[in-house]
Design a protein around this ligand. Structure first.
Ligand SMILES: N[C@@H](CCC(=O)N[C@@H](CS)C(=O)NCC(=O)O)C(=O)O
Length: 205
């Protein structure tokens, strides 16, 4: 299989990158730097018209959306056991990842780049405060979910890869997340993994 991950250091493509490493996949990483707006270039738009990372190309076929990539990785390398084995828990894993992608990610983006959503700069501080509050509200729910757990399920899964990014980016916004003790402990465990260390060290092309 010929696999290329389009990734920007620090972006949510970290989650896919971590899972590919956890699966033991062989793949290339093509850096699309969001810092230099590479995602908006005509060259990248020709590859991914949605102009976002992550984007995964497998034997010439492109796939967008983290949740789909995570499911594909788990199914393609079943021996890595990156999904729970129980049918209901598998759906719960999809539910968690849908939540991370659609229910939490947006609050980070609104705080990071309010100008993308609102031209009135006077409203930005208000928008950022609300985005932070909504992120914190969701993180409290994740913290409850992780209570007395090492991972989201009884072993490491793609949900853990994905949540690493959600927590990491929140910290990147300068938010103090230490009060979410279970999320914080999860993050510390994640940072011990070779996959995470490799992705964090991969800063540029
Ligand atoms: N729904 C997409 C979201 C992807 C996304 O928003 N990626 C961000 C980086 S974290 C991006 O590429 N932003 C570039 C832009 O909006 O210009 C997914 O889950 O993969």
């Amino acid at each position: 299989m010929d696999i290329t991950l389009y990734h920007s250091p620090g972006a949510c493509s970290m989650a896919t990158y971590i899972s590919l490493l956890e699966a033991g996949a062989e793949f290339d990483v093509n850096i699309i730097s969001l810092k230099t707006n590479d995602q908006s270039s005509p060259q990248y738009a020709a590859i991914n018209p949605k102009k976002k990372v992550p984007f995964l190309v497998v034997d010439g076929n492109g796939l967008s959306e983290n949740i789909a990539m995570q499911a594909w990785i788990a199914e393609t390398w079943p021996e890595a056991k990156l999904m729970p084995s129980d049918n209901w828990d598998q759906k719960k894993a999809l539910s968690h990842m849908g939540w991370f992608g659609a229910g939490i990610h947006q609050h980070i983006t609104r705080h990071f780049k309010p100008v993308k959503f609102c031209a009135n700069t006077d409203a930005h501080d208000d928008m950022k405060a609300k985005a932070k509050a909504m992120y914190m509200e969701q993180l409290a729910l994740v913290d409850a979910e992780l209570t007395n757990k090492t991972w989201f399920f009884d072993h490491y899964t793609v949900c853990d890869s994905y949540f690493f990014w959600i927590y990491n980016r929140g910290e990147g916004e300068g938010w103090d997340l230490s009060g979410f003790e279970h999320c914080t402990a999860h993050n510390a465990r994640m940072r011990e993994r070779q996959s995470v260390q490799k992705v964090l060290a991969h800063k540029a092309g």
